[in-house]
Design a protein around this ligand. Structure first.
Ligand code: IMP
Length: 502
């Protein structure tokens, strides 16, 4: 049976599907969204911004997008792609993506951008990068996300609608810059100048020797963006409500992951939007009751994280975190220094690199190496409490050659005691649900259950009954331990390489 027919089995009777990640992002949402986009009439994004990056493989060619919804590549009569009000919109980046589509001859006249989405401005990228240089604590993507959402809650943000009127835009821009200019006087002007000469910041176009940021140039640039985007700026919340009331098939595309959510994640090592399924519904103008099927994506049986923050099952622990956080480390540098490593290396740090290389785990947005570790069931259990238990497991084929698979079934608390709310954790306590408090997570020692690997290629399998027995044993254990209901297993980059579970 072809893939589309198999997917229809799980979408029967459903009108609105949400896809979010249950881990730290980069779990292959793009492929699943792309696969379900053939079914959807409306595909909408509601959180994050150009910090996300999804790679979609179509006909052998790879497409990397940061802002445009994955469904844009589906050319279907009446299909609509929406960038919702919760998204941090960098008009320069979306302009570049649309130009890429133009040059590939791909149509996008079905794209709508919320007039209420907040606008990423040069000062957001500048402040993000200054802070990372000074403190360097979070390892952000440098796309201005934190400062943008800070402005939103501080009630000084600019919204997409503001670029439709030059006078309004200029007035709000000047107001937005008042406090920032004062703050910038505390920074090293040479560093400000250097950052503002980065290609992501217009290669110096916005730099002003006297006042750091040149208002006239920012206004001019954003009015140029307005020309390109004008016809796409719409009341997308109203469009979403209308689509729901007309019984259209709606697909909500998450960004980042549950554990990066500013509300639900390992705060403060998170992004600045609520990228849980709740934040996603909100960011497209819907609410949870509208969602008929919430699908959570998780890598299996390994997982990854980009940027700083605790990662209990990380292969190579501190050594790995330090290496992956070093400036200049990327796919090429890693291969130069270590060659090509095996997923079975007996040294954990090197095994982590082997898995990264086998899975191509390097950031689509930043090119940074993603830290690798074993599947963490306490994290999965915590995520499922808010997202529900319908899960899609991705990328197991990366470990086809792996001899021993380890699954973390619980943590043991170590390092004295620590109180969270009314609960105090003590040395030796068993933790089954991952805590969101980093002070606890940092003291969690993972407990593993070992399984023999399946040691056979699984990328060609399309039916669950054909999965190897050793694979099945691991999957059954995860299901029994967490209550997950696996709906699909993705076993390769191609859309067809997806097992739809009965
Ligand atoms: P920001 O979103 O750029 O502020 O980055 C905050 C944290 O979220 C950093 O640790 C980033 O590496 C991480 N992050 C942001 N976007 C993504 C993503 O799409 N995938 C994985 N990690 C991300």
């Amino acid at each position: 049976m072809d893939f589309f027919k198999r997917v229809m089995r799980i979408l029967k009777g459903i009108k609105c599907v949400a896809i979010t990640c249950l881990q730290w992002g980069d779990t292959g949402k793009g492929k699943i969204v792309d696969a379900l986009a053939s079914w959807a009439h409306v595909i909408a994004r509601g959180t994050g911004g150009a910090n996300a990056g999804h790679t979609i493989c179509l006909g052998g060619a790879e497409h990397i997008f940061h802002l445009v919804p994955s469904g844009i590549l589906h050319d279907r009569e009446g299909k609509v792609n929406i960038i919702g009000s919760g998204v941090a919109l960098d008009p320069g980046i979306i302009g570049e993506e649309l130009a890429l589509l133009d040059s590939a001859g791909l149509p996008y006249n079905n794209l709508a951008i919320s007039h209420r989405a907040h606008l990423v401005l040069p000062q957001h990228l500048l402040l993000d990068r200054l802070k990372e240089r000074r403190i360097g604590r979070l390892g952000t993507t440098g796309r201005g996300i934190g400062p943008l959402y800070t402005d939103q809650v501080a009630r000084v943000g600019l919204r997409v609608n503001d670029i439709l009127d030059e006078v309004t835009f200029a007035k709000k821009l000047i107001e937005n810059l008042v406090d920032k200019r004062r703050l910038l006087t505390l920074e090293d002007p040479d560093v400000i100048k250097e950052i503002l000469h980065h290609p992501h910041l217009g290669s110096g176009r916005f730099w002003s020797a006297g006042s750091f940021l040149n208002v006239d140039e920012i206004v001019a640039a954003y009015m140029e963006h307005a020309e390109r985007l004008r016809d796409m700026i719409r009341d997308t919340d109203a469009m979403m409500r209308q689509a729901m009331s007309q019984g259209k098939n709606v697909l909500l595309e998450g960004a980042q992951g549950n554990w990066l959510s500013v509300r639900d994640g390992s705060y403060p090592f998170v992004t600045s939007s609520d990228c849980s399924v709740h934040g996603l519904a909100d960011g497209v103008g819907l609410d949870m009751r509208d969602i008929g099927l919430s699908l959570g994506i998780a890598k299996f049986p390994y997982m990854t994280r980009v940027g700083e923050g605790p990662f209990p099952t990380e292969l190579g622990g501190e050594e790995s975190a330090k290496w992956c956080g070093m400036k200049g480390v990327n796919r090429e540098k890693e291969r130069e220094d270590y060659g090509t490593l095996s997923v079975n290396d007996t040294d954990q740090f090197l095994q982590g690199i082997g898995i990264r290389q086998a899975g191509g785990e390097y950031g689509a947005t930043t090119k940074r190496p993603r830290r690798t570790g074993w599947l963490d069931l306490p994290m999965l259990r915590t995520s499922m409490r808010r997202s529900g238990n319908n899960v899609i497991f991705t990328k197991p084929d990366v470990l086809d050659d792996c001899g021993v698979i380890r699954i973390c079934d619980h943590y043991i608390f170590t390092g004295g005691s620590y109180r969270v709310g009314e609960k105090t954790w003590h040395d030796g306590d068993v933790i089954e649900f991952a805590p969101r408090e980093i002070e606890v997570m940092e003291r969690c020692e993972p407990h593993y259950v070992e399984f023999a690997g399946w040691k056979t290629p699984i990328s060609g399998i399309t039916e669950a009954r054909d999965l190897p027995a050793n694979f099945r044993a691991i999957l059954d254990f995860v299901v029994e331990q967490t209550g997950a209901n696996p709906r699909m297993i993705s076993v390769g980059a191609d859309r067809e390489q997806t097992i739809v579970m009965d």
